[in-house]
Design a protein around this ligand. Structure first.
Ligand code: HEC
Length: 155
């Protein structure tokens, strides 16, 4: 019994160590990519906005109202006005719904999609296997983007 418990403690410690290493590893990976994008933080409060201007404004417009330059190339798509999501939802910003919409992967089974890219997939490294780190990174970017979309809501 004693041995089992000791073993358990050892295993738990080992696991904690691995977790700690993983946490450091992903922070380092984020730091490396810092010239590409910044996860939202006190130092980089504009990160969601930057991502928006790079990846969303081509279709949704720099003002988010749905009239980006990409429409000249893809005239058949109708990007939504992203500034009235709160208005359309009775005055409450449906954060989780917007996160799911931007991520896109939950929408696949409904076959309803879509003239919009699946950002939950796009934001992970192209051609590489998805990992918990790339998943966490994609989620952080989507969260920052959705916070930006929330900040441009009309009253
Ligand atoms: C290639 C053009 C394109 C790009 C780039 C794009 N979108 Fe869209 N988006 C659309 C279209 C078109 C729709 C309308 C829904 C549909 O047709 O399926 C839409 C819908 C949405 C919706 C749903 C709005 C609602 O009222 O239900 C959200 C939220 C959204 N986009 C956010 C984003 C964000 C954030 C980005 C950048 C990461 C982005 N979009 C990039 C084309 C685009």
């Amino acid at each position: 019994m004693r041995i089992v418990i000791n073993g358990l403690i050892a295993a738990t410690c080992g696991f904690a160590l691995i977790l700690a290493i993983c946490a450091c590893g992903s922070t380092a990976a984020l730091a490396q990519d810092s010239d590409v994008y910044h996860p939202a933080s006190e130092e980089h409060p504009q990160s969601g906005k930057q991502d928006f201007m790079n990846h969303c404004a081509p279709c949704h417009g720099t003002d988010g109202k749905g009239n980006g330059p990409e429409l000249k190339v893809l005239p058949d798509i109708h990007p939504s006005d992203l500034t009235n999501i709160t208005l359309k939802n009775g005055g409450v910003f449906p954060r989780q719904k917007v996160v799911d919409m931007v991520d896109g992967r939950k929408a696949i089974p409904s076959h309803k999609r879509f003239d919009m890219p699946f950002w939950g997939v796009n934001f992970q490294q192209e051609g590489k296997e998805f990992t918990p780190e790339s998943e966490a990174k994609a989620k952080a970017r989507i969260d920052a983007l959705v916070a930006y979309v929330e900040s441009i809501q009309r009253q």
